[in-house]
Design a protein around this ligand. Structure first.
Ligand code: COA
Length: 184
């Protein structure tokens, strides 16, 4: 696959399908982005209402594959969307990209994001020839740090002070990194 791929691929795993979001996924997208408890360590404020999520969806779907791609994480057995995974801030010259992940509370602790994360890493490294994948994670976000480590990321630094501004409050983050070949 060319590293300048224009179309977002669908990525299949044993239990999941990573596919583009559709406008019909709006309610699930809102369940994901409108839950203040689940998003307590997130880098952006939760969406207050469906209209805001609708606008957010337009932004997500207007992605430029060179820099940002979001996948709906669909459970293959039920065909229901249970989460999202993305890459962003892709730096083509430096072959580097950031990743983010989010799953509905009722689907946590099933290993779904580990499975989705592995598929995304394979795509980034094998298809897009990315050399370095990074994840910014707040020190308090133990499940996300555990996921990063399970996938092969290493803690590289931090706290990077006042990196995120969320609902008027500054948050510091840790930086996790994975170099091609270190994925598990
Ligand atoms: C971060 C987040 C995606 C992690 O989700 P998760 O469900 O813990 O991660 P996984 O899907 O990989 O599941 C791992 C868990 O499933 C268990 N598991 C069960 N079957 C498994 C399998 N086949 N493979 C791997 N793990 C499995 C693991 O033991 C682990 O259990 P634990 O939660 O008791 O430690 C989730 O907490 C989340 O959405 N948080 C809110 C959003 C957020 O903060 N995102 C990150 C911002 S930096």
């Amino acid at each position: 696959m060319a590293t300048s791929v224009k179309k977002q691929p669908t990525l299949d795993t044993d239990r999941l399908r990573l596919r583009p979001f559709r406008t019909s996924d709006l309610k699930t997208l809102h369940a994901l982005y409108g839950d203040p408890e689940n998003l307590r360590y997130w880098g952006v404020s939760p969406s207050p209402d469906l209209d805001t999520t609708r606008k957010m969806m337009r932004w997500h779907l207007g992605y430029h594959p060179a820099h940002y791609v979001i996948w709906a994480v669909e459970e293959r057995s039920s065909k229901r969307v249970v989460g999202m995974i993305n890459y962003h801030r892709r730096e083509k010259r430096e072959k580097r990209v950031d990743v983010g992940w989010l799953i509905l509370p009722e689907h946590q602790s099933k290993g779904y994001m580990t499975e989705a994360g592995r598929a995304l890493l394979r795509h980034l490294i094998d298809d897009l020839k990315v050399h370095k994948v990074e994840a910014l994670i707040r020190a308090v976000n133990k499940p996300s740090a555990a996921l990063a480590k399970r996938l092969g990321f290493r803690l590289e630094g931090g706290p990077i002070r006042d990196r995120w501004l969320v609902s008027g409050a500054w948050h510091s983050v840790m930086i996790y990194g994975l170099i091609a070949g270190e994925e598990r």
